[in-house]
Design a protein around this ligand. Structure first.
Ligand code: NDP
Length: 309
């Protein structure tokens, strides 16, 4: 166990984590961040961010995360690109396990965000990474001049579909309803693209494949139960995310879908443990709102630490 007791440990490294890092570093709390093996969070898998104020030309998600990290490090945030395996919040100082070592801290800010949900249709497990993906930015370029599907009706699906038109000859968006959660601007950009077709009231019944990978899917129309075969060599599932809270071992109160419940501003049910960003946010889930919450959590933690003295 590390002898040193930190003021604050930040777990996770998206816009919420880095902003919490920036603010706690500037408050001279000498924060330590465990950024995860894949630091930067969901924005590392995003192409252009066009709705973060201050970037009139837009900015690449990964580039933005590098800049947020640099800014926080400049003021003294210490970052380790490691995952937290488990925590013990039963007494203070809190304990955080990382690669077998135990770190201690008087306060903790959880900013672990969320991870992609898979459909779970027949044949999906076998084709993960062999044609079925949850990240167009990562895998889109493998499908040059090929036909691909995108599943979902939110901003992620629209963004992935529009991005995939750079490579694919045709992109079909398959959505289970005819109402879209996506913002109007992103929906229209996709709907008006000549390479994109949108199939509403359809879901994936099963995936089809041969020895080379994915070959298509069986679609089912929810209005009449009719099924139809569609060809594709790639498919991108964009049906939302689930919060990353399993490592908390039930010590922090979450709602029935796993999102952390804030009890007092950004503080959780455990006094001294705060949470910010997509791991708490069932409603907004934007880079800018996550960053704002990271700031709030940092200020709440600073105030709380002061009150303990
Ligand atoms: P959303 O929750 O907004 O949308 C998920 C979509 O997947 C919905 O259309 C939903 O259908 C569909 N879906 C969910 N479960 C299933 C299932 N089992 N089978 C078939 N379809 C399913 O998630 P997103 O990831 O798209 O977006 C999350 C947040 O991130 C949003 O706030 C969004 O604005 C933001 N975001 C912003 C971006 C940007 O501004 N650049 C880019 C990407 C995301 P139904 O509508 O029927 O529920």
């Amino acid at each position: 166990m590390a002898d040193e007791v930190r003021n604050v440990i930040i777990i996770g490294s998206g816009p919420a984590g880095y902003t919490a890092g920036l603010y706690t570093a500037r408050a001279l709390l000498e924060p330590l961040m465990f950024a995860g093996y894949m630091s930067g969070g969901q924005l590392m898998l995003t192409s252009d961010v066009e709705n973060f104020p201050g970037y009139p030309e837009g900015i690449g998600g990964p580039e933005m995360m590098i800049q947020l990290r640099e800014q926080a490090e400049k003021f003294g945030l210490e970052v380790e690109d490691k995952n937290v395996e488990k925590v013990d919040f039963s007494e203070r100082p809190f304990k955080v396990w990382v690669e077998g070592k135990i770190f201690q801290s008087n306060s903790v800010i959880i900013c672990t965000g969320a991870e992609s949900i898979w459909l779970g249709a027949d044949g999906e497990k076998e084709q993960k990474g062999r044609g079925i993906s949850t990240c167009a930015t990562c895998d889109g370029a493998f499908f040059k001049d090929e036909e691909v599907l995108v599943i979902g009706g939110g901003d992620s699906a629209m963004e992935e579909a529009t991005f995939l038109t750079r490579f694919a000859s045709k992109v079909t968006i398959v959505h289970r309803r005819n109402v879209f959660k996506a913002s109007k601007v992103m929906y229209e950009r996709a709907a008006n693209h000549p390479k994109i077709e949108i199939r509403t009231f359809n879901s994936i019944k099963s995936w089809l494949s041969d020895e080379n990978g994915l070959t298509g899917a069986i679609l089912e129309d929810s209005r009449n139960g009719k099924t139809e075969q569609i060809s594709c060599t790639g498919a991108f599932i964009a049906i939302g995310h689930k919060p990353i809270t399993q490592f908390l071992g039930g010590q922090i109160d979450v709602d029935d879908t796993g999102y952390i419940l804030a009890k007092e501003h950004t503080m959780t049910n455990v006094s001294g443990v705060f949470a910010a960003g997509d791991v708490v946010d069932t409603r907004y889930r934007q880079a800018i709102t996550a960053a704002g919450m990271g700031c709030q959590a940092a200020m709440d933690a600073e105030k709380w630490l002061e009150d303990q003295d």
